[in-house]
Design a protein around this ligand. Structure first.
Ligand code: PNS
Length: 159
């Protein structure tokens, strides 16, 4: 059986925490689709094309990983369309679990698809796209938490 996993998110922008989960997902499935979806609760910072490019250049070394955008769709419909049988998400801690659990249950309710949670690497427990953006906008250094091209793009937004 050819197993396809989907790693959904806003990825605005991708962090090393996300990239760790994507790399670990690729060990669990034959193919991983990194799906950039719309989160109605978040305003976008980077255009989707740029978010995709950040992820593509950071995952070139991983076979079977592709990056796609799905605008205006339910995640479960995307999963069905591409034949994914698994949603993979990283959890940094209890707050993430509280946020992710209703979505995982709703997605299972809608189509039966299961979500697998991977414990986030403790090196990135403090890393979220929104915190990274705030730190850079106020002059902080996020080296080692995002890729260099993401760091430079964030600094360019600030300067
Ligand atoms: O990185 P994020 O912002 O936490 O990702 C959330 C995302 C984009 C995965 C979630 O908002 C989502 O699945 N959006 C697609 C629309 C959808 O399926 N909504 C119902 C979720 S139960």
């Amino acid at each position: 059986m050819h197993r396809i996993a989907i790693c959904p998110g806003s990825y605005d922008p991708v962090t090393l925490g996300h990239l760790d989960v994507i790399a670990r997902s690729s060990a669990l499935a034959d193919e991983v689709v990194v799906a950039i979806l719309h989160n109605p609760d978040k305003a976008g910072t980077f255009p989707v094309e740029q978010r995709m490019e950040f992820i593509r250049s950071a995952t070139r070394h991983l076979s079977g990983v592709r990056v796609e955008e799905y605008a205006g769709c339910l995640l479960v419909d995307v999963a069905k369309e591409i034949g994914a049988t698994l949603i993979v998400k990283g959890l940094r801690g209890e707050t993430d679990y509280a946020y992710e659990q209703p979505m995982a249950l709703m997605n299972r309710h809608l189509t039966g698809i299961e979500t697998v949670f991977l414990p986030g690497d403790p090196r990135y427990s403090q890393v979220s796209s929104s915190l990274i953006k705030q730190v850079v906008s106020l002059g902080g250094d996020v080296s080692g938490l995002v890729t260099e091209d993401v760091r430079l793009a964030l600094e360019a937004l600030r300067d």
